[in-house]
Design a protein around this ligand. Structure first.
Ligand code: SAH
Length: 200
């Protein structure tokens, strides 16, 4: 998987390559699809949701540009796989999932595999996680139509956010906040993610 899907497509950060090598993806997918865990696809994880394709997980992790001192927020825990990939690379991962069954399952998978610096919360990530803000990095793995203001507010100055944005047409957007608070956005890759639920 790592050689064919990750390195060949241009992922070059050695820490990201190592973590993709060492994270047991088959443990994060339902038993019925475990045989396909290392194939070049997204896979169903129940409740109409999916675990992202390995390449996309590697790409977003590399693009997020993390450090071992960072506090990271993830919106859309899903299976917990992306959080597990980030776990060894950062100080702490806070991850929010809106579907209760998925939040509970990801939490028990991550605990069983001793990912001790990941905290899973069942709730609406559109609003971020104000009690733990600000974050050095924010990653979204469900696509909002527009980047939620709460997430921009909860990003540290000097911070970076990586998430899919859009409805019919989606692209991964990299948002940076300068030390003085100036926001810049760049579209980097067309993708297909599930929508980010937005309860008003
Ligand atoms: N990162 C996941 C893939 C997640 S798929 C993994 O590695 O497996 C996107 C997830 O986002 C779904 O589980 C979906 O239920 C969740 N989601 C959608 N809208 C959300 C919201 N507003 N807050 C939190 N989670 C949300």
């Amino acid at each position: 998987m790592v050689r064919e899907q990750i390195i060949r497509r241009g992922i070059s950060n050695n820490q990201v390559i190592d973590v993709m090598q060492n994270t047991p993806r088959h443990r994060f997918v339902p038993d019925g699809v475990a045989d396909y865990a290392y194939q070049d696809n997204a896979l169903p994880i129940g409740k109409g949701q999916t675990i992202s394709q390995p390449y996309i997980v590697a790409f977003m992790t590399e693009t997020l540009d993390v450090d071992s001192t960072y506090k990271v927020l993830e919106i859309g825990t899903g299976s917990g796989y992306q959080a597990a990939v980030l776990s060894p690379l950062v100080k702490h991962v806070y991850t929010i999932e809106i579907v209760k069954m998925l939040a509970e399952r990801a939490d028990s998978t991550l605990k069983a595999l001793s990912y001790n610096n990941v905290t899973v919360r069942w709730g609406d990530g559109y609003k971020g996680w104000p009690e733990e803000a600000p974050f050095d990095r924010i990653i979204g793995t469900a696509a909002p139509a527009e980047i939620p203001k709460a997430l921009i507010d909860q990003l540290k100055p000097g911070g970076k956010m990586v998430l899919p944005v859009g409805t019919n047409w989606q692209e991964i957007v990299v948002l940076t906040k300068s030390k003085s608070g100036k926001i810049q956005k760049k579209n980097v890759l067309p993708v297909r993610f599930v929508p980010m639920v937005h309860q008003k």
